[in-house]
Design a protein around this ligand. Sequence first.
Ligand SMILES: CC(C)(COP(=O)(O)OP(=O)(O)OC[C@H]1O[C@@H](n2cnc3c(N)ncnc32)[C@H](O)[C@@H]1OP(=O)(O)O)[C@@H](O)C(=O)NCCC(=O)NCCS
Length: 239
Amino acid sequence: MTPKKYESVASHEQEPRLKTSIRPAAIEDVDFIFSLDEQARIASIGQGYSPERMHEVKTDITEKLVNPRYATEIIMCENTPAGMVMSDNEPDPIDPSNIVIPKDGTIAMTTEDVADLLSDKAGVSNRKHILSLALDEKYRNQGIGKTAMQELLAAIDPQESITITFDTGRNNVPMQKLAKYFGFTLVGLNEESDDAYGGEKIIGVWHRPSIAELQRQQETRNQSEEAEIDTLRQSLDEI
Ligand SMILES: CC(C)(COP(=O)(O)OP(=O)(O)OC[C@H]1O[C@@H](n2cnc3c(N)ncnc32)[C@H](O)[C@@H]1OP(=O)(O)O)[C@@H](O)C(=O)NCCC(=O)NCCS
C-alpha cells in the first residue's frame, strides 16, 4: 500500500455538529467505498450492480487505492466511516470540442479559454478531477461535505488558480453549492452523457482564479466600463 502524503484532522469555520476527521483510505475500506458508489447508483437509476459488475467495480477501487495517481480519503464521523472522496491528480485531457460554455457562466470565458485551462497552455498547474465525493445518506447536509472539500483543497495555495472537474447530475444542488462555496465558478460543461445514468450526468469544469487572475478580470471589466461611459458621454455631447 502506497503511503499517503498526509493524515490530518480537518476543521472548518462552520464546524459540523459531529466530530469529523479524514484519513487515507486502506484496502479494508473497499467494501465501504463500494457501498457508497452503489448507493449513488441506486439513487440515480434505481438499481445496484449485478454480481459480475460488483466484482469489477471492487477490483477497480482496489487498483485505484494502490495507484499514487489517485488520492482516496475516508471521512470519519465520531470514529465511524461516513463518506469518501477520491480524486485523480493527473486527469486525462478533455476533448475541447466537447466543451460547452454554460449559459449562466459568471466568468466570461470562451471554449478556447476553457480548453487552455484543461491543458498546460493556461499555466494552471493545479488541476484535479474528483472521481467521487459521497457521504452516507444519514451524514449529508450537516457541513461534512465542506470539511471533505476543504481537505481536498488543503495542499493548494489559495493565491494560485485551480481547475476542478467532476461529473454529477444536472440537478445535484448540494455538490454544485459546495463548489461555489469554495470560490469555484462553472466555466464549462463536457456534455458527454453517461448512459448508465440515463444521460443525466455531465462533467462540469469549475475554475477558481488566482488573485492575479481576479485582478486582471477586474481591470478588463473596469476598461470596458470606462469605454461604455466614454461612449455615453460622446452621445450626450452630440445631443
Ligand atoms: C454532495 C455531498 C458530498 C455534499 O455534502 P454535504 O455534507 O451534504 O453538504 P454540506 O452540508 O457541506 O452543504 C454544502 C452546501 O449544499 C447545501 N445542501 C446540502 N444538502 C442540500 C440539499 N439536500 N438541498 C439543497 N441544498 C443542500 C448546504 O446548505 C450547503 O450550502 P451553503 O454553502 O449555501 O450553506 C453529499 O450531499 C453527498 O454525498 N451526496 C450524494 C453523492 C453525490 O451526489 N456526490 C457528488 C457527485 S461527485
